[in-house]
Design a protein around this ligand. Structure first.
Ligand code: FAD
Length: 467
């Protein structure tokens, strides 16, 4: 007999409650990971993220082996096949299942079915809520309502943090040596290696997180908006698949930043705010499951008929719009699988409000490229930029991509890094190098921002009263 820990977006040894509790239960522990490429494809999961998961699982196998916990890594296909696969573990002696809750709809249905398989066999499933720092549904207004606006959510969230702190679970102690007869299943395949720039060793990732909290969090507030600087933590890929938890980040931040984490506008407090945004979108997703069906949060905005010009969309995807900051950003995404937050806001706004393309097209494209793709954060970010979401930017406030570029990449350092064809353009013209210098083979702008802006207002006025 053994306890089964089913790993998904919690690919870590430290602060893994499911693993920790299973180890406390007294039986031998078996960990399980099932690659489900068909379901991943259905969610448009980027190949780089798929590779990253596969690499991390292989590394985790080594880390868990040191604790005498075998990690069975299986090549599966679709979520639908999981109950039958779990039955094989029950038949082999799984006494109980341990896992962490996921908040997306298909994943919840999947987990319910697997729980039912265990229940039918008279076995128990234990689910822990660790993906968000404060479990969804636990941060409510005085009248018991779900917050739909970030600022009051954050206020209550911070009060809770001061009250309860965060708890991190230690790495389990090594278990005794046992030999188990486990089901023979197809072994997980290796990925394409595209995520090689990302470390998969847990201690190395923890070290990166600690270094950020110690050396850089204090400067976060002043540096975070400049894509040419390395001013953010670059932890999103690790947080997305759970190599590190948000709880670990907060606990470390509190240790390194003394009381600064609770001093408004300090670097540490602003970074903590980003982790609160992460929770906020998780909570919103659980409370409004329609979001997973790609419905707009502000329902009236679903009445907008977006022109959706496929050719314009293609130029945006390829980073060939003629707007240097947009193109540099898209090339960063296409090349590395990551994009700086300020740039995500700029290109999202540009797609929707300059090219008049439905935000869902951009949302899907991002998912198909991002190593840190996360439904809640991505959907939240897109709906924010498109002015269709919870805390959305008002629809009439429209980013001017050139002004954004001047403010956040003043010397064009980031643009030139990504667009070598503009390397020799003087600083003054880098944000708008048109008409193009004779020697440049950069593209002409595909839209006129001021005309596009007016068209956006018209589109919103078809569903909202002019402001
Ligand atoms: P830091 O600035 O160091 O922030 C620390 C962590 O806080 C991040 O790793 C992330 O987990 C969380 N975080 C930061 N900002 C946000 C935010 N606005 N919403 C939710 N969580 C946040 N983030 C994702 O993790 N996955 C996505 O798929 C994603 N898609 C986005 C799409 C759009 C259109 C926009 C505007 C933002 C999106 N974000 C997404 C949020 C943000 O851009 C990234 O989390 C951030 O750029 C990651 O870099 P970092 O780890 O250096 O972040």
């Amino acid at each position: 007999a053994f306890s089964l820990v089913w790993l998904r977006n919690d690919l870590r040894v430290y602060d893994n409650q499911a693993l920790f509790e299973a180890c406390q239960a007294g039986l031998p522990v078996v960990a399980l990971f099932v690659a489900t490429p068909d379901s991943w494809q259905q969610h448009f999961m980027a190949p780089i993220k798929q590779d990253f998961i596969r690499r991390r699982v292989l590394q985790l196998q080594t880390e868990l082996a040191l604790l005498n916990i075998p990690l069975v890594a299986v090549e599966g296909s679709h979520y639908d096949a999981l109950p039958a696969l779990m039955q094989q573990f029950i038949d082999a002696g799984a006494e109980a299942l341990y896992g962490h809750n996921e908040y997306e709809l298909r994943e919840r249905l999947r987990d319910n079915k697997v729980s039912a398989t265990f229940a039918d066999a008279g076995k128990t499933s234990f689910w822990f809520d660790r993906k968000a720092v404060m479990p969804p549904g636990s941060i409510l207004s005085k009248t018991g309502g779900i917050y739909q606006i970030f600022t009051p959510f954050k206020k209550t969230w911070l009060a809770r943090l001061r009250e309860t702190g965060v708890r991190c679970f230690p790495k389990p102690k090594a278990l005794g040596d046992v030999t188990l007869q486990l089901p023979a299943l197809p072994a997980m395949q290796q990925g394409d290696g595209s995520s090689a720039a990302y470390a998969v060793d847990e201690l190395q990732v923890l070290d990166q997180m600690r270094q950020f909290c110690r050396d850089k969090a204090a400067f976060y507030q002043t540096e975070r908006d400049f894509p040419a600087l390395d001013g953010t933590s670059s932890l999103s890929a690790y947080l997305a698949i759970g190599v590190v938890s948000a709880q670990q980040c907060i606990s470390r931040l509190q240790l390194e930043a003394a009381s600064d984490w609770d001093r408004e506008k300090s670097g540490a407090a602003v970074w903590l705010s980003e982790l609160v945004w992460r929770d906020f979108y998780h909570h919103i997703l659980m409370a409004f499951p329609d979001l997973i069906k790609h419905k707009a949060f502000q329902k009236d905005t679903d009445g907008i008929v977006w022109p959706n010009n496929a050719q314009l969309f293609q130029t945006w995807c390829e980073g060939k719009t003629g707007y240097p900051i947009v193109d540099a950003a898209m090339r960063q995404l296409n090349r590395t699988g990551w994009m700086h937050n300020r740039l995500r806001m700029i290109v999202a706004s540009f797609l929707v409000k300059d090219l008049h393309i439905d935000w869902r097209w951009g949302e899907q494209y991002f998912m198909s490229k991002l190593i840190d793709g996360d439904f809640a954060a991505n959907n939240g970010g897109w709906q924010w930029a498109a002015s269709t979401g919870t805390d959305a930017a008002p629809y009439f406030r429209i980013f001017n991509p050139v002004t954004q570029s001047e403010r956040f990449d003043p010397d064009g350092v980031f643009i030139k890094r990504m667009l070598p064809e503009l390397a020799d353009v003087p600083k003054k013209q880098i944000h708008w190098p048109h008409p193009l210098p004779l020697w440049s083979d950069y593209v002409k702008p595909i839209v006129d921002h001021s005309k596009a802006r007016l068209r956006t207002l018209e589109l919103f006025h078809t569903v909202k009263k002019p402001q």
